[in-house]
Design a binder for this molecule. Sequence first.
Ligand SMILES: [Ca+2]
Ligand SMILES: [Ca+2]
Length: 239
Amino acid sequence: MIGCAASLVPGRGKRGGPVDGTTGGRHRHHHCSGYGHTTTGGYPQTENLLRLEQAWQFAYGIDSWAVGRLAEDRKKNDTDSSEDIWNNPIAPTDVEGGELSASIKDLQGRFNLNNLLKEGKPSEGDLARFRRLLKQLGQSPELAEALLDWIDPDLNVRYPNGAEESVYLNRQPPYRTANRPLSDVSELLLIEGFSAEVYTALQPHVAALPDYTPINLNSAGAEVLMSLAEASPGTILRP
Ligand SMILES: [Ca+2]
Ligand SMILES: [Ca+2]
């Protein structure tokens, strides 16, 4: 499954706000999001709306670009690797409001956090992989249980390191456990133990895909490859 990330850097002589756009879905899913803001101008609400509209237009444009690249690639082969044409990013380009760049990533080169639950049951193999990935990234492997509790449909706390509603209802403001798969990686920030530091370390290596997905060895990074099985550091080298 493919995802697209884009950024609009404000400035370059024109006013503008940041834009992040993502799109996923070579085979099944298509998702796009964007936002914009400004701190200048006498009519901030109107201007914010204009910026938001502009952000969406950029996001849609990037979406179309990504779909076109993937359609073109599909005519050439049925596999995904860094050699494919979709791996060529949009070089930084001046647009109204700033400078736009975009690239397409194979999200199956990342660990799918929703794999912790397979057909409604904990996937022990994926739990072990996620614990190894956390360890590989210098984080506590125990965080895996809190994530599993967040996405599993029950309210039973996994001991010793799980967390269900008793934890989140005591927060200010209180909120409930999702009890469903993550819809976005940023949802991690709601989960017990997943601090901003943990999130920053994990984010480049994980995805939140709706279906159970295997890792694409052609595009996985060294950290993800090393999490696949118990191995001594250095036994798996980047291509
Ligand atoms: Ca749960
Ligand atoms: Ca649970």
